[in-house]
Ligand binder design. Structure first.
Ligand code: WTA
Length: 657
């Protein structure tokens, strides 16, 4: 299969007028300029990133060696000998230069519940908390678990860890107590930072109770520091539990930062792999910070006075890199959003953009599709003219959702950046640059500086040269923000990323390079379906289904088939007010046939009420695949789903016909 089968990819959108002639002028203003910079960055990464690291970050001790090690050896390190402190870079230097600038805008769960924190205040808050951690005998290199709602104190917590050289392990506050327990056990945290309760979408969440449950089997934890968020009654273990506000009151509002080596760990972030147990992906300090800072500058085209709003939760890598580290390293104002896109109604994002005059807005395709499905009337009357760059991350956005985002949110005047990356890559690796890259809806376009992507033949590992090729996506040389290891399991790191194709970092994603050299991410390779020798990406079939006016969301998985090897099973949900009429499933099947070709005709289409999703909104295709393959007795752990009750309904739908 070649790129070019999906209609929207043939249309190219030039850099919008506003980014060409408006102010501020983007950092990179032409595709040629991008190309020249990219070539320098991959030909001479030591010079490119050495200069960038000196310009972008403040070092307490300069580095001598820019890059050491290789993929083949699995021992990559950047900026050796260099020393720095992440919190100093994010906070102190801006608190000194521009103390009254707002660092954080907290948009609380209820509209109008806004709190602004200047860089001066941020330095005081973080210093106090760092002193509290020190008083609890937290030292450089200790692992600290953070399980908190989206409040400014969650940011203080991460930065305070960094300030004392401790390693934060943020666990998304939507995870169950079992998942939290597993993560605390794996990293052996001695201290947990949490809150009495969370608040989201008008509801209280029993955060501290979940922590207590998890700690029944986490003997390493000596102290739990509890933020008072809602003031509700909560269980308390005296001696172990401490009130945040009481400890803070005793602490001095300045603490000297602990400088660490560039290769000392900054954080762990657990992410799921193909097996059940989560991996503690480890990022180090110097390289990670450089990737975060540089991508905010170039991909979000951050300029002074911009208001950067990343809607991700701090429990995910997107929250780490594009809510906290990247924006603050640039001295930006960053928005912390506590609520949901639909609370109290589906205008919430637009209300937020209008109120705070947001310039960079970053969200996920799942949110974009959900809002699109709820109707355009929710955008009416909102002034979104402050926006300059609107971003998407997490999964292939697909042509239709891209178009909607561009027209309805960007008003055809914003750069749409479809940013491709992973927890393991630390920062964005494939994306347009706002002032430089003509876009194609659904394509993440071109590599960021220092990223040398290759498309490999999945079977032989051979590099597929030239354009119009499809295979698996690998990266052929190290970049500063790549993960260095899996905590306590370096072999798993090697086996997952560096051993599958020797000499490359393997992303696990399928990708095409089209006739014009644009990169199209085709989804995880475990989602590739091979029907009678035709290789198909589930994302492509899904986008065909979504182009049908009745369909809201779809998920496609491969089933086993005696005749064709694999066959296509498609699950679809419908837009509101659309009935599942007789013949619709057949019609949807024909739709795929029409858009992609007869070989792509699904064997079965199931119109269902909902799809199994993680709490971050990712569709769990593994579950859908097991159901169609009659393996519903081997579904594994489904407790991390946002709504586990979806599963029996799907089993009935597929098997009770
Ligand atoms: C997918 C999220 C297509 C991809 C930052 C990757 C994407 C996985 C995109 C990593 C995109 C992320 N287009 N697919 N723009 N961005 N992905 O670790 O399959 O939560 O491997 O990191 O999300 O997910 P993770």
């Amino acid at each position: 299969m070649t790129a070019g089968t999906n209609a929207p990819q043939d249309s190219t959108y030039p850099v919008p007028e506003r980014l060409q002639t408006g102010k501020p002028t983007p950092y990179v203003t032409s595709f040629d300029q991008y190309k020249t910079m990219w070539e320098e960055s991959v030909k001479n990464p030591e010079k490119f990133f050495g200069d960038l690291a000196r310009d972008t970050l403040s070092w307490s001790k300069p580095f001598q060696t820019v890059l050491n090690g290789s993929f083949a050896q699995g021992d990559v390190g950047w900026f050796l000998e260099g020393e720095l402190n992440a919190c100093y870079n994010c906070v102190d230097r801006h608190a000194i230069a521009q103390p009254d600038k707002v660092a954080i805008i907290h948009e609380g769960d209820e509209i109008g519940n806004v709190r602004k924190i200047t860089y001066r205040e941020l330095l005081q808050e973080v210093s106090r908390l760092a002193n509290v951690l020190t008083s609890l005998e937290v030292r450089k290199g200790d692992n600290i678990a953070i399980y908190m709602p989206m409040v400014p104190e969650a940011i203080f917590a991460m930065l305070a860890c960094a300030r004392v050289g401790a390693v934060h392990s943020v666990v998304f506050a939507g995870f169950s107590s079992d998942s939290l327990r597993d993560r605390i056990q794996d990293c052996g945290a001695r201290v947990v930072l949490t809150a009495d309760e969370g608040r989201r979408g008008g509801k209280n969440i029993a955060t501290k109770r979940i922590v207590d449950e998890a700690l029944k089997q986490a003997p390493t934890v000596e102290h739990v520091l509890v933020l008072r968020r809602t003031g509700s009654d909560i269980p308390w273990t005296s001696g172990r539990d401490l009130w945040w506000h009481e400890e803070i009151e005793k602490a001095r509002p300045y603490s000297p930062p602990t400088n660490v080596n560039a290769e000392d760990p900054l954080f762990l972030l657990y992410t799921s792999g193909s097996t059940g147990t989560p991996k503690g992906v480890m990022h180090t300090t110097g390289g990670y910070l450089l990737g975060a800072a540089a991508t905010v500058k170039y991909i979000f085209d951050y300029h002074p006075n911009d208001i950067h709003a990343c809607m991700a939760d701090i429990g995910w890598i997107t929250g780490h890199t594009y809510l906290l580290y990247g924006p603050l390293l640039n001295g930006a104002t960053t928005v912390v959003f506590e609520s949901t896109p639909t609370y109290p109604n589906p205008s919430r994002f637009w209300e937020l953009i209008q109120t705070h005059r947001v310039t960079q807005f970053y969200t996920a395709p799942t949110a974009i599709r959900a809002l699109r499905r709820l109707g355009d009337q929710w955008l009416e009357g909102y002034d979104l003219s402050s926006l300059r760059v609107i971003g998407s991350v997490g999964e292939p956005i697909g042509g239709d959702a891209w178009q909607w985002y561009n027209q309805m949110v960007g008003k055809n005047q914003c750069a749409v950046v479809d940013t491709y990356w992973q927890t393991e890559t630390g920062s964005i690796i494939v994306s347009p640059l706002p002032g430089a890259t003509p876009t194609k809806p659904g394509s993440a376009t071109f590599p960021f500086f220092g990223i040398h992507p290759q498309i490999l033949d999945p079977q032989t590992g051979a590099v597929l040269q030239g354009n119009d090729v499809t295979g698996v996506l690998a990266i052929s040389q190290p970049w500063p923000s790549m993960a260095r290891t899996v905590y306590n399991n370096h072999n798993r790191y090697l086996d997952t990323y560096l051993n599958p194709y020797k000499g490359f970092y393997f992303t696990g994603d399928g990708a095409s390079r089209d006739k014009d050299g644009y990169i199209w991410i085709r989804g995880r390779v475990d989602d590739v379906i091979n029907v009678s020798g035709h290789r198909l990406s589930t994302a492509e079939i899904e986008s065909a289904l979504i182009s049908h006016p009745a369909v809201a969301e779809s998920a496609v998985v491969g089933g086993q088939d005696d005749l064709t090897g694999q066959c296509i099973h498609a699950y679809c949900t419908l837009k509101p007010n659309i009935e599942n009429e007789a013949g619709l499933e057949k019609e949807l099947s024909l739709q795929v046939r029409k858009v992609i070709g007869p070989f792509a005709t699904p064997k079965r289409v199931y119109v269902v009420a909902d799809l199994p999703k993680t709490r971050s909104g990712k569709i769990m295709r593994r579950i859908l695949r097991k159901i169609v393959n009659n393996e519903q007795d081997q579904l594994g752990d489904i407790s991390t789903l946002a709504d586990p009750s979806v599963v029996p309904m799907l089993i009935d739908k597929v098997h009770l016909k």
